[in-house]
Design a binder for this molecule. Structure first.
Ligand SMILES: Cc1cc2nc3c(=O)[nH]c(=O)nc-3n(C[C@H](O)[C@H](O)[C@H](O)COP(=O)(O)OP(=O)(O)OC[C@H]3O[C@@H](n4cnc5c(N)ncnc54)[C@H](O)[C@@H]3O)c2cc1C
Length: 255
């Protein structure tokens, strides 16, 4: 929470996952600033800039992720941290909407990044299939492996086209909420499938650090949680679609 006191905000809270929190000079903290329980819950939040050297701000620890210690996802406590009122970003109560606006474009970026990695995994996998000999023939001659290649092509191309479509809707100023949630779910899942096949095809090499596949696998799995878990995005998609049908409309996949 952040409470107004004279010309300052007084911030108290405990936030466990703060990416880049170890090296950042300032944090953008999402604070509840409106304390009455009436009205829209999404209008109660304000984003406030907090310098990391503020008295009362304590970096508790770096949270180990996938067994890696010393990373930059921090647990942080705020005890009576004071910052000037002008550190609030935008209007009071606009924090939730501002976050959604930024996260939309951010999710497209994450998907573009994921597709680039899927493409790289695909390259590594297909090249290896033309080189490695097992049981009397190259991997590329085995139907299981041909299936890996074909299914990975389908996953990558579907992910790519869905992401381009979403970016086009955003560019045109259309309502992209469903498409953003759809790519946020689909692309990391498709990426996990592609990398899983690439790992399988490479035997021990796949899970070793000689190749980038293990890191990709962990990253794609993490994306199913970060920026909101997939379940929350599925609920959002269904609500948006159902609303149109309740309004007597239907869903138009062509726009
Ligand atoms: C590497 C990493 C970095 C992160 N960095 C940041 C950061 O910089 N800033 C930040 O604010 N957050 C950050 N997060 C937090 C991230 O946004 C949350 O982990 C995510 O939104 C899920 O919230 P939660 O972990 O509290 O899970 P919870 O909300 O406790 O949910 C737990 C699980 O319950 C299920 N669930 C939740 N809601 C529903 C529902 N309505 N219906 C059905 N099932 C549901 C889902 O499976 C979910 O995974 C980071 C997370 C990770 C993994």
């Amino acid at each position: 929470t952040a409470v107004k006191d004279g010309d300052e905000w007084v911030i108290n809270g405990h936030k466990i996952m703060t990416s880049n929190g170890r090296v950042a000079d300032f944090l953008v903290v999402m604070c509840r600033t409106e304390d009455d329980d009436s009205g829209n819950a999404n209008l109660k939040m304000t984003q406030i800039i907090v310098p990391t050297d503020s008295p009362g701000l304590e970096r508790i620890r770096s949270v180990p992720i996938w067994g890696h210690t010393g990373g930059d996802h921090m647990e942080i406590k705020y005890k009576d941290v004071r910052v000037p009122l002008e550190n609030a970003l935008g209007a009071r109560g606009s924090g939730h909407q501002a976050a959604q606006d930024r996260l939309g474009a951010g999710r497209v970026y994450h998907c573009m990044n994921t597709i680039g990695q899927m493409w790289r995994a695909f390259d590594i996998m297909v090249k290896y299939s033309t080189q490695r000999e097992v049981h009397g023939g190259k991997l590329e001659t085995k139907q299981f492996i041909q299936g890996f290649i074909a299914d990975s092509y389908i996953d990558i191309q579907a992910a790519r086209l869905m992401t381009i479509h979403c970016a086009e809707v955003m560019d045109k100023g259309g309502n992209s909420r469903v498409d953003i949630s759809a790519i946020k779910i689909f692309v990391p899942e498709a990426g996990s499938r592609v990398v899983d096949r690439a790992i399988q095809m490479h035997g021990w090499r796949g899970v070793s650090s000689d190749l980038p596949l293990a890191g990709m696998f962990q990253g794609f799995r993490t994306l199913r949680l970060a920026d909101g878990p997939d379940e929350v995005h599925r609920i959002l998609i269904a609500k948006q679609i159902l609303k149109r049908y309740h309004d007597g409309l239907s869903w138009d996949f062509g726009v």
